[in-house]
Design a protein around this ligand. Structure first.
Ligand SMILES: [Zn+2]
Length: 289
């Protein structure tokens, strides 16, 4: 049997500017004591490269767990001086190239994991799963993380052809409007309501739109007509097909009786000798939707 002649180097899992000087391994958590040895830092406000220490502070940060044990980073890190007038008197804290957010109590990789898990499950479910992994986080914190990341995203630009449709946040209660770029097939905006008011505000900021595909409801048609009168409006194929099937079903329901008389010939009786007896049976349901 091969014998392992090496062990994992804990330091290799952390930025080189964060030096580990001791580790406390308790029954349910691992506390890693570390301090910064950095000599420069990028200001997260103006992007300038900074070299002068302003001071240092102590911070406790949660990281991804190790074999089911909660991991706490006990850190001593630097603040830097930024000469930019827009940043003074703010002293930027080092972020170790994306390892740490300047004011977060979690490492970025733990936030990434929490957000991915929440998107795949739900905020409360993800918090329960993470609790079982010894990650201390609440459902409310997960929501705040998702909102923070959503608001940090740059505004998406869209092409000149868009698709508009409504969707339910909660069916029969709350509805929204989604706008999709028809060239990239990616959503570019999610708006509250489906009465066209929020759509008008969005169109005022995107007057380069030249064509809109939409359903046949009047709210969106009026909003587009009012803000972009020269814009081409196209009733999309999905909604035309849906409307056609609804109309066909309505006509079938009205014109075709609910029961039909089915002719029945008794055994041994000549089918041509007499008129067939009739039996009433239920018509098979026709589903055209
Ligand atoms: Zn700055």
């Amino acid at each position: 049997m091969a014998i392992l002649d090496s062990t994992l180097d804990l330091q290799s899992f952390y930025p080189s500017d964060l030096k580990i000087f001791s580790v406390d391994d308790t029954e349910d958590k691992i506390i890693i004591h570390m301090h910064s040895v950095s000599t420069s830092c990028t200001c997260h406000r103006c992007g300038a490269l900074l070299y002068r220490h302003h001071g240092s502070h102590h911070r406790t940060v949660q990281d991804l767990p190790i074999l089911g044990k909660q991991v706490i980073l006990d850190m001593q890190i630097y603040d830097y001086e930024c000469d930019s007038e827009t940043c003074k008197p703010f002293a930027p804290t080092e972020t170790f190239d994306g390892f740490l957010n300047y004011n977060s109590r979690m490492t970025n990789r733990l936030e990434d994991f929490a957000c991915v898990l929440a998107i795949e499950t739900s905020c409360e479910s993800s918090a329960r799963i993470m609790k079982s992994m010894n990650i201390k986080i609440s459902g409310d914190t997960v929501i705040r993380l998702l909102l923070k990341r959503y608001s940090a995203q740059p505004a998406k630009t869209c092409g000149s052809v868009i698709g508009i449709d409504d969707f339910a946040f909660k069916k029969r209660h709350t509805y929204g409007t989604i706008i999709v770029d028809e060239e990239t097939h990616e959503p570019v905006a999610v708006l509250d309501g489906r009465d066209g008011v929020t759509l008008k505000n969005w169109l005022k900021q995107n007057k380069h739109v030249t064509a809109v595909t939409r359903d046949r409801a009047s709210a969106y048609a009026k909003a587009v007509e009012e803000i972009l009168p020269d814009c081409m409006q196209i009733a999309d194929r999905f909604h035309l097909h849906q409307n056609l099937m609804t109309a066909v079903n309505k006509i079938l329901g009205r014109e075709v009786p609910a029961t039909n008389d089915i002719p029945v010939t008794p055994p041994g009786k000549d089918t041509n000798s007499s008129a067939p007896e009739k039996k009433t049976g239920k018509k098979n349901r026709i589903d055209c939707g």
